[in-house]
Design a protein around this ligand. Structure first.
Ligand code: GLA
Length: 735
């Protein structure tokens, strides 16, 4: 369907005839509008992004804006600023000048797709700019498709997915950074003149360090529950670059897309280069409001099985590391089943025939059971899982090999490495990355999963790991003049394998793990159900990591496990109650050797698992309201989830600093219905006495304006006193 001039309205789109040239396109979601000017034969211009505009305001939006920015800046003609797209045409011309040719719209099931077709004024060079507006959530995905019919290839040196001008005036940026075991750290800073660049060059994984998602708070210092916020998430599995250029104009200029460094692209005639989508959201309800938009869209449209609550699992890694054996697995399965868990996942160490996997220096690629460790094979393990009434899952790292492996002996040409050079080796001193640009390698990686699932269809869960960066630029498969395509082709190959797996195994639950939180990006999530937030399971540090990660990702996607004390990464001794209370705010699981737990500890976990089952739909499918940030260092962190009907809520409160006679703020709640009344029940109680407000009923208005006084310590026997304190409260509407 296509429409031009005169007033034309659709659920998600309207065109208005304004002045002679003006051709406004209004792309809308339930509460937001993005307005462009797309005059035929003229330049595509950005006009507005914010709260939904009325017809009256839309009529004269042009005159209320001073924005003269194009909606997709290209290099070469009157472009003193940055460009989204920069190409060298077949004849060597470095300039591009795009004009609007037509606009088309397509009504999809839950969204409206608007495409603005652009063509170079002279060359047969085309860019389609797409906007997909969801009708039930405030999210607009935008991306481009670049193609040409020039005589020879066109060389692309920059190819951002999207561009957005953001009006200056005390705009603050919130973004995540980190490193292994410290992922998802939140930084908030005012945007200043100059260029802010957020990027990734790992090659394989893209969220250990910086994240490809940002939020812009438009009304000064970011607030969780008030103020206007624009959020953006680049949905891509590979290297990316986000840029915010603050030059001499009235606008911060935001670009997002594939990282073009060492990736210049030779575009053949008629080939279509599709850039990954950038998901844009707008909320006038603060950062938490933007998060709720990301979460709802993520669960409904991105995440595999995003609206189905997750099983509570025990993962074997921190419990036994590589020391896998049949008896040990049976014991762990029996223990997690007895605590009410629903799934057991056998981690690394189960495979390898000629080279059994004893540590991290061999066997990746040889995905056959180590018969010495597991004489009855995976069948035996599945049988035991069934005996305990739980499901079974397994760890693989299919994109990788070790140089000590049968796979490498057979196919040394399958690894990424430059000719003439010895490869730089990764984990264990022998790890290498397979060349996913190569279709044979793609088939192999698909077959790793396919063989497992064909032989053992009862496998319910796969933990898919990726523990190495691309450290060697070089594909044995790509032609010499296409070596710069390596990063892009790796991820095309990766996605194509994922698509094949999902087409054949739609019900399989798959976790994206990558040395911890290296694969928290919406580019992965259509194929994965969740991600491992971090290899660091220390509850105190997890509060900070999970807080940051929750800006963009819902609790259902954030694997969060109760682990041992002292913690294996920080060596901190955190009481079990606190470890449980933190893990319960995400997708709850365990990462521990239950054999080493006391009966009392197991009983506490059993109760916690039972309670979690009660609040699981609220946590995993509900709306987040972050209340007190750990990054504000007020001595406490707090957040809550409410059900969409606002009849249930789970409230979390964790003390983050420990000083005698300190004064913690009283936390006011959010997201409740002011006129509803709620009964308060404490979960995971360890105190000898109930809290004063246990079982009492309060109005939503009172809880949101006043809040409840949470004691700073637990009332437990003297020998059990410690420096930590945490609470989980369950709120249920009383009718
Ligand atoms: C990575 C993962 C861990 C674990 C190990 C196994 O580090 O992040 O959870 O699976 O690999 O080697």
């Amino acid at each position: 369907m296509s429409a031009k001039s005169k007033l034309y309205l659709l659920a998600g789109l309207s065109f208005l005839a304004g002045n002679a040239m003006a051709q406004h396109i209004c792309i809308s979601t339930p509460n937001t509008s993005l307005v462009l000017n797309a005059p035929n034969g003229g330049e595509l211009k950005y006009l507005y992004y914010g709260s939904k505009l009325s017809e009256t305001d839309l009529q004269h939006i042009n005159d209320a804006s001073n924005c003269n920015h194009t909606a997709y800046p290209v290099y070469g003609m009157n472009c003193p600023g940055e460009a989204a797209l920069s190409v060298k045409h077949a004849d060597g011309n470095m300039s591009t000048q795009m004009e609007v040719v037509s606009v088309s719209t397509n009504q999809e099931k839950q969204s409206t797709l608007t495409t603005i077709h652009l063509k170079d004024k002279v060359y047969p060079f085309y860019v389609d700019v797409h906007y997909k507006a969801y009708q039930d959530v405030d999210m607009i995905e935008t991306w481009t498709e670049i193609s040409h019919t020039e005589k020879k290839p066109v060389y692309m040196s920059q190819f951002s997915s999207a561009y957005l001008p953001i009006r200056r005036g005390n705009v603050w940026l919130s973004h995540l950074s980190g490193s292994w075991a410290n992922e998802g750290q939140l930084t908030q800073e005012p945007l200043q003149p100059g260029m802010t660049v957020i990027k990734n060059k790992d090659g394989v994984r893209n969220s250990h360090t910086s994240h490809a998602e940002v939020m812009f708070s438009l009304d000064g210092k970011p607030q969780e529950n008030t103020g206007r916020v624009i959020g953006a998430a680049l949905c891509y599995t590979g290297n990316y670059k986000l840029k915010i250029d603050t030059d001499d104009s009235d606008y911060h200029q935001f670009y997002a897309g594939i990282n073009e460094e060492n990736s210049s692209y030779m575009l053949s005639k008629k080939e279509v280069f599709r850039t990954p989508a950038v998901a844009l959201t707008y909320s006038d309800k603060g950062l938490s409001g933007a998060s709720r938009n990301f979460h709802k869209w993520g669960r409904t449209y991105k995440l595999a099985h995003g609206n189905v609550v997750r099983d509570i699992l025990l993962n074997s890694w921190e419990g036994v590391y590589f020391d896998i054996n049949q008896k040990g697995m049976d014991q762990m399965m029996s223990d997690i089943a007895s605590m009410g868990g629903e799934l057991f996942v056998m981690d690394d160490g189960w495979f390898g025939d000629k080279y059994p996997r004893k540590n991290d220096s061999s066997s990746l690629g040889d995905w056959v059971t180590d018969k010495n460790k597991l004489p009855e094979g995976i069948e035996g393990l599945i049988r035991d899982a069934k005996k305990h009434g739980i499901k079974f899952g397994i760890w693989i790292e299919p994109e990788m090999a070790n140089t000590i492996s049968e796979l490498y002996e057979k196919h040394p040409e399958w690894i990424l490495k430059a000719p003439q050079r010895d490869p730089v080796l990764g984990r264990g001193g022998t790890q290498v990355v397979l060349d996913l640009a190569n279709p044979e390698v793609q088939d192999f990686v698909f077959k790793v999963v396919d063989d497992l699932m064909t032989q053992y269809p009862d496998i319910a869960y796969i933990k898919w790991d990726a523990n190495m960066a691309i450290m060697n630029h070089g594909s044995n498969y790509l032609a010499a003049d296409k070596q710069s395509h390596m990063y892009i082709e790796y991820h095309k190959g990766f996605e194509s394998v994922c698509q094949r797996i999902r087409a054949k195994y739609p019900d399989l639950v798959i976790q994206a793990c990558a040395s911890g939180g290296g694969r928290a990006n919406y580019g992965y999530l259509p194929y994965f159900d969740e991600f491992w937030v971090s290899d660091n399971t220390d509850a105190l540090q997890r509060i900070y990591m999970q807080w940051g990660t929750s800006y963009f990702f819902p609790a259902i996607a954030m694997a969060s496990h109760i682990s041992a004390a002292p913690n294996h990464q920080t060596f901190r001794t955190v009481p079990l109650k606190y470890r449980i209370d933190v893990a319960m705010s995400g997708r709850l699981g365990m990462e521990i050797q239950p054999k080493n737990m006391t009966d009392e500890e197991k009983e506490l976990c059993r109760k916690a698992i039972a309670d979690y089952k009660k609040i699981r739909p609220v946590v995993q499918l509900g709306d987040i309201y972050r209340l007190v940030s750990p990054y504000d260092h007020l001595g406490v962190a707090s957040l809550m989830y409410t059900s969409p009907e606002k009849d249930k809520a789970a409230f979390y409160w964790w003390k983050t600093e420990h000083f005698v006679n300190q004064h913690l703020p009283r936390v006011t709640m959010a997201g409740l219905h002011p006129d509803k009344t709620y009964r308060i029940t404490e979960l995971n109680r360890i105190d000898n006495q109930p809290l004063p407000f246990e079982g009492k009923v309060y109005s939503g208005a009172f809880l949101m304006e006043n809040g409840l006084e949470i004691p700073y310590t637990h009332k437990v026997d003297y020998h059990k006193l410690n420096d930590y304190a945490s609470r989980v409260l369950y709120l249920e509407e009383v009718k």
